[in-house]
Design a binder for this molecule. Structure first.
Ligand SMILES: [Zn+2]
Length: 363
């Protein structure tokens, strides 16, 4: 009750503040329109550029986006992905930044920790501003006894300590959407239905012997709780995409945690269809902890013009959802929902300031 009252006061204060702009700080009305899209500087803090081709970055520049390209331990391999990232950053130093990762090969050897820290140090020297941790921890990696290694395993501690010392944030994709533990026909969005139909190895409903959704979330929570100095950005809404209340609980508990929205905006739209005010309030309340990202994967498989039109359209659709109150539809589920029409001050944070702050020295 107390909390709700405080929240109401804070919301009111934010509202009053946005109505009486500090001189020189705000111009024009308190909300953006669709026409403001290219004018407002933005960051897409979760993309995967897997090419030397510049078409995607050109489109980003045109749409006023800076990009964080994330290297992952998957096809086409970490080292090639990192070469792409370094080359793109070199060609577009103000526009492209990158996050590195580490290999889990030979995890059970005694030299793994030192080798991993040396590798991370080299990547940071080459310009990496964050480190991606992938769901293979908790879903594939096993200890010498054959048990699944979870992210709160103490063997990782020296790695987290190294990152804390060097003020390098972690982007954690741990666990999967809750849908992953459901049969395909019960999943809430079509993108999950498609993905798990194609990747039965990651469809946990088919693997009841693997850790449960709750165990995945618990291991991640333990890791974040044990390393309070670590800046932890939960990728994909921290795998708590299904309920803003569940995510709010973690954000309340862990001041060192933020989340990106990559590939999970449809889950927010689904919740907005059922209770728009709840999703709006969530964004206002956690406006300093939510980071825009798409999970766009760019390689050479699509013709450049087609890809550019596609990413532009997708970026614009997201802008429409956050900035306007237009009635919209998503290809991910049936039904209509309205845009959130967040205040400019909140939009600026989720689209720019938060990424700049959480990924310090985004340059
Ligand atoms: Zn991704």
């Amino acid at each position: 009750m107390k909390k709700n009252k405080l929240f109401a006061i804070l919301t009111m204060a934010g509202f009053l503040f946005s109505c009486s702009p500090a001189p020189g700080k705000y111009d024009g009305p308190s909300f953006y329109t669709l026409d403001d899209f290219t004018r407002v500087p933005k960051i897409d803090a979760h993309v995967h550029i897997r090419t030397y081709d510049s078409s995607f970055v050109q489109q980003a520049k045109h749409d006023n986006f800076r990009l964080l390209s994330i290297v992952v331990e998957e096809e086409p391999g970490m080292s090639l992905q990192q070469q792409y990232a370094i080359a793109q950053k070199k060609s577009f130093p103000g526009t492209v930044a990158f996050a590195t990762t580490f290999s889990l090969d030979d995890f059970n050897s005694s030299s793994w920790v030192n080798r991993t820290i040396d590798g991370l140090r080299a990547s940071v020297d080459q310009g990496a501003i964050a480190v991606k941790v992938y769901k293979s921890i908790g879903m594939e990696l096993r200890d010498p006894q054959g048990n699944m290694v979870m992210v709160d395993n103490p063997k990782f501690n020296p790695v987290w300590d190294f990152l804390v010392k060097n003020n390098v944030p972690v982007i954690g994709h741990l666990g999967e959407p809750k849908n992953c533990w459901l049969p395909v026909e019960q999943m809430t969005v079509s993108s999950d239905k498609r993905y798990y139909s194609r990747h039965p190895e990651f469809h946990m409903y088919l693997h009841p012997e693997y850790p449960s959704y709750e165990e995945q979330m618990q291991a991640r929570d333990n890791m974040v709780a044990q390393h309070t100095g670590l800046k932890f950005i939960g990728a994909h809404l921290g795998s708590l995409e299904w309920d803003t209340d569940a995510l709010a609980k973690r954000l309340d508990r862990f001041p060192n945690m933020a989340v990106d929205m990559a590939a999970r905006i449809s889950h927010l739209q689904l919740q907005a269809m059922n209770d728009r005010q709840k999703v709006y309030d969530f964004f206002v309340r956690y406006q300093d902890r939510l980071i825009y990202g798409t999970d766009r994967i760019v390689d050479d498989t699509k013709p450049a013009e087609e890809m550019k039109a596609f990413v532009h359209r997708a970026w614009l659709d997201d802008w429409k959802f956050f900035c306007t109150e237009d009635t919209m539809r998503s290809s991910a589920f049936d039904g209509v929902f309205k845009g959130l029409k967040l205040p400019k001050t909140v939009v600026d944070k989720i689209y720019y300031t938060n990424a700049a702050n959480w990924f310090n020295q985004f340059k």
